[in-house]
Design a protein around this ligand. Sequence first.
Ligand SMILES: Nc1ncnc2c1ncn2[C@@H]1O[C@H](COP(=O)(O)OP(=O)(O)OP(=O)(O)O)[C@@H](O)[C@H]1O
Length: 416
Amino acid sequence: MHTSAPARVPAPRASDTARPGPCVLLKHGEVFLKGRNRQLFVERLHDNLRTALRGIGGSTWIKTAQNVTVLGGEVPREALVERARRVIGFNSVEPAVRVPSDLDTIVAAAVDGLSGPEYDGATFVVRARRRNKQFPLTSSRVEAQVGARVLAAIPGLRVDLTRPDVRLSVEIDHKESYVSWERLPGLSGLPVGSSGRALVLLSGGYDSPVAAHRAMRRGLACDFVHFNGAPYTNPASVYKAYALARELNRYQPPGELHVIALGKAQKQLAVAGAGRLQVVAQRRLMVRTASALAARIGGEALVTGDSLGQVASQTLANMVAVDEAATLPVLRPLLGREKQEIIDEARSIGTADVSVLPDEDCCSLLAPRRVTTRAELPHLRVLERRLDLDEVIEALLDSAQVLRPGMDDEEPAVPA
Ligand SMILES: Nc1ncnc2c1ncn2[C@@H]1O[C@H](COP(=O)(O)OP(=O)(O)OP(=O)(O)O)[C@@H](O)[C@H]1O
């Protein structure tokens, strides 16, 4: 049984946070808008960040200021940035330096940062935020003074308040301040796990991995289930599902992949006379089995990659027929998306290279030449009564293989 909270990673030692040096500023996303529950969301965000930092190869520390998390450690800053950019819930990830809160030191850090040849002739603006109201200058005075002194020290620079090449950001906290001049976009969204846990029906195509990623960005921790056509198809789709789940697990405390051999049950449906209902009947069997599996592992909803009308099996009537068989809500984050948008998003999250590979999906096994676009529930029920559904589902669940992509590097042993 899953608990949705990730395992805690030891808190940083106080001595780690005392030294000046490189760090990373992580600006909070939607969490920032939360009211009284904000602290809980921030704790979840930090738990996920600690999980993402596991195995990085050196000690790390995390510090919270208002609406910002500061990350540092005895590892190269690029490695911290790379890990932090995969944590859902930060609007931006900014490589920064941490200095004592006095103006001379802040200016020295800024001059140091902007002295490289890549900033020759660049335009810049200073943006300051003062969290420490005891600091002797207001934010706008800090901006003016830092700007003037940087300009005097680096004559190649020019000021542009509206469309600068570089935004020099100064965050003044109580004892220390953070200076940064590079801002990388984060993944924004809600911390994974803050909305509960879901089971994603993961095929080998472009859509379901993108749907999973979108579900994660709305705070759902995801496990995965993949149905393959074994024993009648080759194992290629299982390897693809494994690779996709491993990629997706880089964005969350890793979820499990359950692999279920559907081939025999598909044949039973065909023998029972499914005909043009075959694909919708299979989908109903998938969501029934997935609902039962989710109930066992703590999932509260199913997620699919359906997009309305994309293919014959995804008409409104067929989706209604599928939903009727599920005992958990079926979430479809891609319902209104177009295929090209989905493929572009698959490229940006890193799943497209796997999805494009050929496989022998269980859906093509026994698929009729024409799939019904209007599956009638009474016809489906008559068909399903010819099978002992409870027994079929029990057998499917018993044969499920559980893999942990990204948690260890075992290759999937393909179920018989
Ligand atoms: N073999 C499978 N195992 C698990 N889920 C599946 C499988 N086949 C389909 N699904 C689920 O049903 C959804 C619709 O599948 P369908 O084959 O109709 O569309 P698709 O456009 O090929 O989807 P995808 O690009 O995700 O493969 C998938 O996005 C996925 O969530």
